[in-house]
Design a protein around this ligand. Structure first.
Ligand code: NAD
Length: 490
């Protein structure tokens, strides 16, 4: 049986069928630009729904892992085709549901298809190594085998690509999956599920649920049939997921928050650095794990950089995310709005000075003006905690030693950027900056599909995601000592 198609994707996909939650409850999602507008109604799934999905994944596992990898890849290529046909619809829905500016939503939707094509290529790459044996007549090799049923728990801020960058390696290596979409932005993940249904994916290989972390997520974490959990989200939730799942020896991978620095050296190309600071801090309203939270400008260029950055913000297009020219739209929901405005107040109370922004920019929409702080102490809240919105702080520094130490003086270690033309400085940055993703002369955000992605320190746990790195998490290595029989069977 293959997965059936539906026209209205506000159901769970379980065992190849689009189903209502057994609990019968649904919830509404609203547009952060027009909060009175309902963008969709989704299943408020229960732990029982999650159990059913896990059983379906378990049932599908044996046949799926037995398929030749290129056959598994054929579903990916068809699903990628299906995504490409509906990029604009996915992008529009993403923008309406979580407020990402359309220009970025379009890129994200298209990238989901590229990821599937990259992962399809894994079917033709090696899944083990051959070694020289120590004795005669022996084959000695390793084999990568699927882990089993995997649980994928995703956030709202990249609602198309994060589900895909987890499910694609999971499935191509022969696992089956239960994907829990974010409560806040399930629509685009359901589009991806539909594209796999259109591709004829066998029933139960990919199961997709909407609903709360406390029901669906918690069941994935505690259910012994789930052999691995890949989680992307906040530090607090991620760490509790890890602590609970590892007590039952479940494999866990976490991608968490960041407090990403951008360093502008005295020899930097200032205009490029300003563009990178603007994009890194404010695109997607600063709601990226890799967003620029701290900007360190060398004292020799601080004033010039500051002036240019404020001018760029003044010229920036802030407003309706559905307008293709908009650069900065609303934050995801009312709670996020309150948290960001609360963080701005706390930043001021701790001595920070607002250079621009610092206020709500719309009576109706959850829009926060792009905000730059100055005079923030290195041990102040804004210098250490992730504020998930369009808020960044500008600091002055005098030496490379000083800035590297201050850039590293946080619990996080996700991404970092440096603008300089000096090779020695680049070398020190590449060797000493404590972050998993380093950018030289480009912004802190951005990730290619074919290279490892992941943080250090408190930003992550377990192997990196994406590219060839994903094989580490989604497979287990076995070593085979294969001695030849001494006689032939006949
Ligand atoms: P979140 O931690 O609130 O939620 C993430 C997911 O966990 C959601 O699907 C949620 O429903 C689920 N969840 C909640 N409680 C759970 C529980 N008890 N058990 C299991 N699952 C549970 O995060 P969010 O607000 O959706 O996303 C924003 C955060 O994600 C930010 O901190 C951001 O930095 C981080 N993030 C990190 C990366 C990365 O790759 N490092 C990428 C994107 C976002």
């Amino acid at each position: 049986m293959s997965t059936t198609l539906i026209s209205a994707p506000a159901h769970n996909l379980i065992g190849g069928e689009w189903r209502n939650s057994r609990g019968g409850e649904t919830y509404e999602k609203r547009d952060p630009w027009h909060p009175s507008r309902v963008t969709g109604v989704y299943q408020a799934s229960t732990a029982e729904d999650a159990k059913t999905a896990i059983d379906a994944a378990d049932t599908a596992l044996a046949d799926w892992r037995a398929l030749p990898a290129p056959t598994r890849a054929s579903f990916f290529l068809r699903a990628a085709d299906a995504i490409e046909v509906r990029v604009e619809r996915i992008a529009q829905d993403m923008t309406a549901e979580m407020g990402k500016p359309l220009r970025e939503s379009r890129l994200e939707a298209a990238r989901a298809a590229v990821m599937l094509r990259y992962s399809a290529g894994e079917a033709h790459r090696s899944a083990g190594e051959v070694y020289e044996p120590s004795v005669p007549n022996q084959m000695l090799y390793t084999r990568r085998r699927p882990v089993g049923v995997v649980g994928l728990i995703t956030p709202w801020n990249f609602p198309a690509v994060i589900p895909v960058w987890k499910l694609a390696p999971a499935l191509i290596y022969g696992n089956t999956a239960v994907l829990k979409l974010s409560y806040e932005a399930p629509r685009t993940g359901l589009h991806v599920a539909e594209c796999f249904a259109e591709a004829g994916l066998p029933a139960g290989v990919l199961n997709v649920l909407t609903g709360a972390g406390s029901t669906v997520g918690a069941e994935l974490v505690r259910n012994p049939q789930v052999r691995a959990i890949s989680f992307t989200g906040s530090v607090a939730v991620g760490n509790s997921v890890r602590d609970n799942a590892t007590t039952r020896n479940c494999r866990v991978q976490l991608e968490l928050g960041g407090h990403n620095p951008l360093v502008v050296m005295a020899d930097a190309e200032l205009d490029r650095a300003v563009e990178a600071a603007f994009a890194g801090a404010f695109w997607s309203a600063g709601q990226k794990c890799t967003a620029t939270r701290r900007i360190f400008a060398h004292e020799a260029v601080y004033d010039a950089f500051r002036e240019k950055l404020l001018a760029r913000i003044e010229a920036g297009k802030v407003g309706d995310p559905a307008d293709p020219v908009t650069e900065i739209g609303p934050v995801v929901n009312e709670r996020a709005l309150e948290e960001v405005l609360g963080a701005i107040e706390r930043g001021k109370n701790e001595g920070g000075v607002v250079a621009t922004g610092g206020v709500r920019a719309s009576d109706e929409a959850y829009l926060v003006a792009p905000t730059v702080f100055e005079d923030v102490a290195d041990d102040a809240f804004l210098s250490r905690e992730e504020v998930f919105g369009p808020v960044t702080s500008l600091y002055r520094f005098s030496t490379l030693d000083d800035v590297l130490a201050r850039a590293n003086a946080v619990d996080f270690g996700l991404s970092a950027a440096m603008f300089t033309r000096d090779l020695h400085t680049v070398h020190r940055f590449a060797n000493e900056l404590q972050a998993g993703i380093l950018h030289v002369n480009s912004q802190t955000a951005g990730a290619d599909v074919h290279v490892p992605f992941g943080g250090l320190k408190g930003s992550a746990w377990g192997p990196h995601e994406q590219g060839r790195a994903a094989i580490e998490f989604y497979t287990e290595t076995v070593t085979v000592y294969q001695d030849s029989p001494l006689t032939s069977p006949d």
